[in-house]
Design a protein around this ligand. Sequence first.
Ligand code: FE2
Length: 278
Amino acid sequence: MLTAEEIAAFHKDGFLVLERFVAPEACDALRARAEALVAEVDAEALGSVFSTTSRVQDRDDYFLGSGGAIGFFFEAEAFDAEGRLAVPKERALNKLGHAMHDLDPVFDRFSRNPEVAAAVADLGLAEARLLQSMYIFKQPGIGGEVVPHQDATFLRTEPSSVLGLWFALEDADRDNGCLWALPGGQELGLKSLYRRDSAEGMVMEVLDGSPFDLTAGRPLEVPKGTMVVLHGLLPHWSAPNRSPRSRHAYTLHVIDGRARYLADNWLQRPPELPLRGF
Ligand code: FE2
């Protein structure tokens, strides 16, 4: 699937941009399915979880339970203090996560694409397992920023094996909050790890407090249908979307089935939903 040059570029830069990887019709089908899921959800019922006055514990519990579910995550301030939506629900969502690829047939079909499987195998994951999926809305005007991070902070195996697959469902550019990456930054090592702690709940443990040099960052302005592959240690981020256009994207995180999945990762799949490959 991938050329020797593409594989070499991935190992050098820590990311690989593959334009026209997914057909526009497949992007549209995924988008339509996400919109149908949003149309079905009772957003007001989630107001008690996501309103500005709800308990942090309730939001944490909802998040931690979403590893084996289809969760709906709202933009900050989507709800008022009484838990009522302050904007129409189609415009209030930040993302869906984190097991659509196993629970929804349209997401399953998009994710278990033989070409994606071949690309992942070419990049060294001989026994890929589909761990996590997210549908990201990046709403016009209010789509929030994603601060610089490494995916291996959140999804840890020993040895580290997580690979991020990021699909542009619409054109992404600097105006609508495209992805940014730090070329070669996968060589910097893991900066922090996010883990369950029996005493404190979730903790962010800093391993190396030095900041990333974001001035060396590169904007990944890509057309609809592009797949971007991200090394698990590659620093990446995105700016807020202040444009009148949305920037929908779908991400899939895969790990190597031969690596040990850590018991203190935030994402723990329920026993009835074992990890599967492509
Ligand atoms: Fe990420």
